[in-house]
Design a binder for this molecule. Structure first.
Ligand code: CMC
Length: 439
C-alpha cells in the first residue's frame, strides 16, 4: 500500500494515511461546477504535517463566486456568463459592474454607475505634479502603481476596509481615476499637455481622447478603435486566482486599503511571466523580424533550456487546451486591422509562429498554446497604444476583477491573514561567533 497519499474519498471526506501511521479524515469541498478540494485546514494542528505546493498549482486559496475557469475545456465565465457572450455584446462598464456587484446592472444601475465614474474622473490637481518627479526612464507600470498607492493619501478615510458605501465610492474612484492616471502618464512622457476627461463620452472613448487629443485640433475617437478597446478590456476583466489577483488578496488580507492592495497587484502584473508578457511578445516578434524572420530558429531556441529563451505569449498555468481569450483576440485582430487599413507584418509572423509551434512535439506534449497576450499587443499597437503602455492597458482591464476579489475577501467573515508556512532546510542551531574569532 502506498503511504503518505490521500487514499480514499469517503462520502464528503478524504482519508489521508501518513508515513508515521497517523490517519486523518479531511472534508472535501465541492464547487458548483463539481470541482473538488480537500480542506487541509486542520492538517497541521492534528498531525504536525503541512502540505508543500510551490507556485500553488494545486492549492485553492479561497472559495469564490466571481469567475469560473476550466483550463482543459477552454471555458471562462464571469459570474456564470461565457466570456464569448460578454465580448460580443457588453460594454466594459457593464462587465465591471457584473464582476464587482455580482449581477448585470439594469439601466438605472448602469446609469448611476456611469455617473459615479464621471464624478470621480478628475485627479486632485496636486497629483499632476507627481508626474514630473519620475525619471524619464520610469516604466508606466511603476508610475501607475505609485500613483494608485498615492490615492490613499487623498482618500484615506473611506479607503480602509469598508466594503459597503465606502466600496462603492472607492471602486468608482479607482475605475475612473486609473484611466486618467494612465493617460496623463502617457501625455507626460511625450511632453504634451494633459487632456481632461469628458463626461459625455463612454469609458473607452473618454480614455482614448485623454490619450490622443491635443488642444490644437478636434478629436473624435474612431468607433472601430473604441470597440477594439472595449473588447480587450472585457477579456482582461478577471481571471480568478492569478498572480496579481492573489497578490491583491494577500495584501488585502492584512486589512490594507483597496488602494494599497491594487497598487501591489499592478506591480505583480508587471512581471513578464504575467501581464508584462504582452509588451514582451511584440518586442520578441520585432526582434525576430529584424533578425530575418526565421521562426524555426526561435522555436528551436525556446526548446533549448540552456538558452533561457521562451516564446512569450505562449503557455499558461491553467489552460491546457486553448485560452478562450486568445481565440477571440486572434479573430478580432484581422477584423480590426482590416477596418483600420493597417497591415502589420508582425501579425503574419505571429500566425506562422503559432502554426509551427502547434505542430511541434515540444509544444504539443507540454500543452503550450497562445495565451491572451500573444495577439493582444498587435491590436493595441494598431489602435495607437505605445508598446510600453500595453501592460497598463491590461491593468485597466483587470481592475474590476481586483476590486471584486478584494470585496469578496473583505466580505468573507471567515477570511484570515494570508500566511503560508515553509519547510526549513537551513542550518540547525549554532552559536554566535564574535567577529575577531571568525574565519
Ligand atoms: N516557451 C517555451 N517553453 C515553455 C513556455 C514557453 N512560453 N512556457 C512553458 N514552457 C515549458 C517549460 O520550460 C516547462 O518545460 P519542462 O517541463 O521541460 O521543464 C513546461 O513548459 C511547463 O512550464 P512551467 O514554467 O512549469 O509552467 P508554469 O505553469 O509554471 O508557467 C507560464 C506558466 C505562463 C509562466 C509559462 O508558460 C511562461 O513563462 N510563458 C511565457 C510568458 C507568458 O506568456 N505569460 C503570460 C501568461 S497569460 C497572461 C496572464 O498572466 O494572465
Amino acid at each position: 500500500m502506498t503511504q503518505n497519499v490521500v487514499r480514499e474519498i469517503v462520502s464528503n471526506n478524504a482519508v489521508l494515511y501518513l508515513p508515521d501511521g497517523q490517519t486523518i479524515e479531511l472534508p472535501v469541498i465541492t464547487g458548483t461546477e463539481n470541482e473538488k478540494a480537500i480542506d487541509i485546514g486542520k492538517l497541521r494542528s492534528q498531525t504536525g504535517h503541512i502540505t508543500m505546493d510551490p507556485g500553488y498549482g494545486n492549492t485553492g486559496s479561497c472559495q469564490s463566486t466571481i469567475t469560473f475557469l476550466d483550463g482543459e475545456k477552454g471555458i471562462l465565465r464571469y459570474r456564470g456568463i461565457p466570456i464569448e457572450q460578454l465580448a460580443g455584446n457588453a460594454r466594459f462598464t457593464e462587465v465591471a459592474y457584473l464582476i464587482i456587484y455580482g449581477k448585470l446592472p439594469n439601466q438605472q444601475e448602469l446609469d448611476a454607475f456611469r455617473d459615479s465614474l464621471n464624478q470621480h474622473a478628475l485627479l486632485h490637481e496636486d497629483m499632476k505634479h507627481f508626474f514630473s518627479s519620475f525619471s524619464g526612464q520610469a516604466h508606466p507600470m511603476a508610475i501607475l502603481s505609485a500613483m494608485v498607492a498615492s490615492l490613499s493619501g487623498y482618500y484615506s478615510d473611506e479607503s480602509a476596509v469598508d466594503t459597503n458605501g465606502g466600496l462603492d465610492v472607492n471602486a468608482a474612484r479607482l475605475m475612473s481615476k486609473i484611466r486618467t492616471l494612465a493617460a496623463f502618464s502617457y501625455k507626460k512622457s511625450i511632453g504634451q499637455p494633459f487632456v481632461y476627461p469628458r463626461d459625455s463620452l463612454s469609458y473607452c472613448a473618454n480614455f482614448l481622447r485623454m490619450m490622443f487629443a491635443v488642444p490644437s485640433r478636434d478629436y473624435e475617437p474612431d468607433p472601430v478603435v473604441v470597440e477594439a478597446l472595449n473588447l480587450l478590456l472585457i477579456l482582461h476583466a478577471d481571471h480568478e486566482q492569478n498572480c496579481s489577483t492573489a497578490t491583491v488578496r494577500t495584501v488585502a488580507s492584512s486589512h490594507a486599503s483597496l488602494y494599497a492592495s491594487i497598487s501591489a497587484g499592478i506591480l505583480a502584473l508587471w512581471g513578464p511571466l504575467h501581464g508584462g508578457a504582452n509588451q514582451k511578445v511584440i518586442e520578441m516578434l520585432e526582434h525576430i523580424r529584424a533578425d530575418g524572420g526565421n521562426i524555426r530558429k526561435f522555436i528551436d531556441l525556446a526548446k533549448d533550456k540552456s538558452s533561457g529563451f521562451r516564446i512569450m505569449g505562449f503557455g499558461h498555468r491553467v489552460y491546457k487546451n486553448f485560452d478562450p481569450r486568445a481565440t477571440v483576440i486572434k479573430n478580432a485582430c484581422d477584423k480590426v486591422l482590416n477596418k483600420l487599413g493597417i497591415e502589420d507584418p508582425v501579425l503574419d509572423l505571429a500566425k506562422q509562429m503559432e502554426e509551427i509551434a502547434l505542430s511541434d512535439d515540444y509544444f504539443v506534449e507540454r500543452k503550450l498554446y497562445p495565451n491572451v497576450d500573444f495577439y493582444s499587443g498587435i491590436i493595441y499597437r494598431a489602435i495607437g497604444i505605445p508598446v510600453d503602455m500595453f501592460t497598463v492597458m491590461f491593468a485597466l482591464g483587470r481592475l474590476p476583477g481586483w476590486i471584486g476579489q478584494w470585496k469578496e475577501l473583505m466580505d468573507d467573515p471567515t477570511h484570515r491573514i494570508t500566511r503560508p508556512r515553509q519547510v526549513y532546510q537551513g542550518q540547525t542551531v549554532v552559536d554566535y561567533v564574535a567577529i575577531e574569532n571568525r574565519d
